[in-house]
Every structure is written in structure tokens, then in C-alpha cells.
Design a protein around this ligand. Structure first.
Ligand SMILES: [Zn+2]
Length: 347
């Protein structure tokens, strides 16, 4: 792999190739963009391009440095990831990073540290990171990978160069699923639509019950009635096996997938309503039903519903009671959709 295998990020690649050629790399970057579009993969390819023993602004993929980076075995490149079943980087991991950066590079003139989920740190961890960013060693390049730039503290943000990554196009996701994951074309196409430009989500969807869950959900929302409020929430928890999950983080990620499905469903209705033929319909195999449903809803109402769903998605990371969060979202949606006061569910 080299930059040639990074898709849809030409602007970012050009920027870094210029910086490498002109020796103008910054000490700290924030890579921002939705999950699963290749930010981590890019950081590895960038490290290869920087450390490659051959001259030029891309990796040769054959020298000892390139090969050892590909095998996660290069001493001047360190990745800091959240531990299993944790969403956040712990302070001990950042202290370890400080120690690592304190030691000069062993095989090159730079030392690169990539920190995953840097937008989900607590106060203590953020302060520790800030200290590192305030006085980085001259040879350090620190890359923070985030999905939400708004969640990064201003003091951290102001010390980094911000690089925004674009979602992948449907066609690219489909091709990657066929070429690298050997899915058949039809399945790859369907997953590409549902993944919203994220390879990670597409692969996740292909390897679990997720696709069936989503189809069930769409069919169920299409036939929802005003009085379904209470029973629908319970049905959701059962059908998506949310109650069966014991680890909170697993539960949270399942609820996130559920809320994203609501988002895609109502976005599809809006696309049908406005007749924007060039925008993709995610639930393509339910296109006719969505079209017909969209006739009974107003654009204004759909915008309001989408706002409710987006707010729930934002609150999910900070909310301990995810059952209640989901409950409230459904109640608000039904209230907007049916325009009358409906029974508030309780858990
Ligand atoms: Zn090389």
C-alpha cells in the first residue's frame, strides 16, 4: 500500500506530499472526519511516506522501513488506542506517550505518535495531552484522530493543524467491498448505500445480523401508528437484542447503529419528498414504499425529526441512560410525525 491506495482524499494527500517535499511538516495534526473512512490507514501511509528510505513523497513499500511499518514493527512510530471495552484513552497511556516521545528517534529524524479517539478524553487526559502539545520535542509529529472536532478542547485544537477527511463515495465503498472483502456485487452495493461512506460500518454490517435488523426496522417504521409508542420501543430492544448485551460499550454501539438507521430512514424520506434524484437512497430495496410514505409527511416535519435524531446521536456518547435516550427520541419523533400528544414511555 501507499498513497495510491487511499481513496477520495486527494486534497489531503497533495497537502502532505508538498509538506514532505518542502520539509514543512507540523508538530501536531488533527485528522477529523466520520468513522471508518480511512483516517488511521492514512496516518500509517503517511508515516511510511515520511520514514521511507527512498527519496520522494510516497512510500516505496519495499524498503526495510516501509515493510516494518506495514507490520507494526517500527520503533519511531507509536499508535495509542483505547483499550478493549473502553472508548477513551486513559491518562496512563498519555504518560507512556510522554516517556516515549522523550527518547530521541532511533532510526530516522522524526518520531510519530498517532492517538485514536482523541475527541473522547476526560479532563485529566486532555490536560496531560496538552502538556505534550505545548512543548513537543523538535522531532515529534503528533496526530490526533477524531470524529467530532467540536469535542476537542479549544486549547488542544489551537495547537494542531486541522485536516478534514471526506466520506468515501458509494462507488468506492462498493469497489473496496468487492475487491478486498470478496462480497458479491449486489450485496456490496446495498452495504455501500447503508454505510454512508464508511468502510468500517459496511464491513460491520456485512458480518452480523445488522442488515436484517435494519430491514426489519424500516418495515416496522413504515407501518408505525401513533399509539405504537410504548410497544415499539420494547419491540426495538427485543428485536435488536439490546437488552442481551452486558457490556455497556457494546450496548452503546448497538444503540448508535439503531439511531443511525433512523437517521438514514428519515433522510431517505426527505430525498423522496424533495425529488432530489441525484442523492442516494440508502434503503434502496424499499424505495417505492418510502416514496409513497413521503407523500404523507411535510418537508418541515422531516427536518424537525432529523434534528431530533441528530441531537440524540450527539448525546449518546455522554449519556449513561441509553434506554431512556432512545425512548425519548422515539417519543419525540412520533409526536412530530402524528402531531398530537402521545404517552410518554417510562423504563
Ligand atoms: Zn520505503
Amino acid at each position: 500500500m501507499s498513497f495510491k491506495n487511499i481513496f477520495c482524499q486527494d486534497r489531503v494527500i497533495n497537502l502532505f506530499q508538498k509538506a514532505i517535499t518542502n520539509n514543512h511538516l507540523a508538530h501536531a495534526y488533527i485528522f477529523a472526519g466520520q468513522e471508518g473512512i480511512g483516517k488511521t490507514l492514512f496516518s500509517k501511509e503517511l508515516a511510511k511516506a515520511i520514514f521511507c528510505q527512498h527519496s520522494g513523497a510516497d512510500a516505496c513499500d519495499t524498503c526495510s522501513h516501509c515493510q516494518r511499518i506495514a507490520n507494526d514493527h517500527f520503533p519511531d512510530l507509536v499508535f495509542i488506542l483505547p483499550e478493549k471495552n473502553s472508548r477513551t484513552i486513559k491518562i496512563e497511556q498519555l504518560r507512556y506517550l510522554q516517556d516515549v516521545l522523550h527518547v530521541k528517534p532511533m532510526e530516522s529524524k522524526y518520531k510519530i505518535a498517532v492517538i485514536q479517539s482523541a475527541d473522547k478524553m476526560n479532563e485529566e487526559s486532555s490536560n496531560c495531552l496538552l502538556k505534550t502539545l505545548e512543548e513537543p520535542p523538535s522531532y515529534a509529529i503528533i496526530i490526533l484522530i477524531v470524529t467530532s472536532l467540536e469535542s476537542v478542547r479549544e486549547t488542544v485544537r489551537s495547537r494542531c493543524q486541522i485536516i478534514r477527511f471526506s466520506p468515501l463515495s458509494m462507488a468506492v465503498v462498493k469497489d473496496i467491498l468487492v475487491d478486498r472483502f470478496q462480497l458479491d456485487t449486489k450485496q456490496a452495493e446495498q452495504l455501500a448505500y447503508l454505510s454512508n461512506g464508511s468502510i468500517e460500518r459496511a464491513v460491520l454490517l456485512s458480518s452480523s445480523r445488522a442488515l436484517e435488523n435494519k430491514r426489519w426496522l424500516v418495515d416496522r417504521i413504515l407501518t408505525l401508528e401513533m399509539n405504537d409508542n410504548l410497544s415499539f420501543s420494547k419491540e426495538l430492544f427485543d428485536e435488536w437484542h439490546i437488552q442481551d448485551l452486558e457490556v455497556l460499550e457494546e450496548k452503546r454501539s448497538q444503540v448508535k447503529e439503531l439511531i443511525l438507521s433512523f437517521l438514514l430512514y428519515y433522510r431517505d424520506l426527505l430525498v423522496c419528498k424533495t425529488g432530489e434524484e441525484n442523492l442516494p437512497i440508502h434503503f434502496i430495496d424499499r424505495k417505492e414504499a418510502l416514496r409513497s410514505k413521503s407523500k404523507s409527511l411535510s418537508e418541515d416535519m422531516l427536518f424537525h425529526i432529523l434534528k431530533v435524531i441528530k441531537t440524540s446521536l450527539e448525546q449518546l456518547d455522554h449519556n449513561a441512560n441509553i434506554n431512556l435516550l432512545l425512548e425519548n427520541m422515539i417519543t419525540k419523533i412520533l409526536h412530530l410525525q402524528f402531531g398530537r400528544r402521545i404517552t410518554q414511555a417510562t423504563f
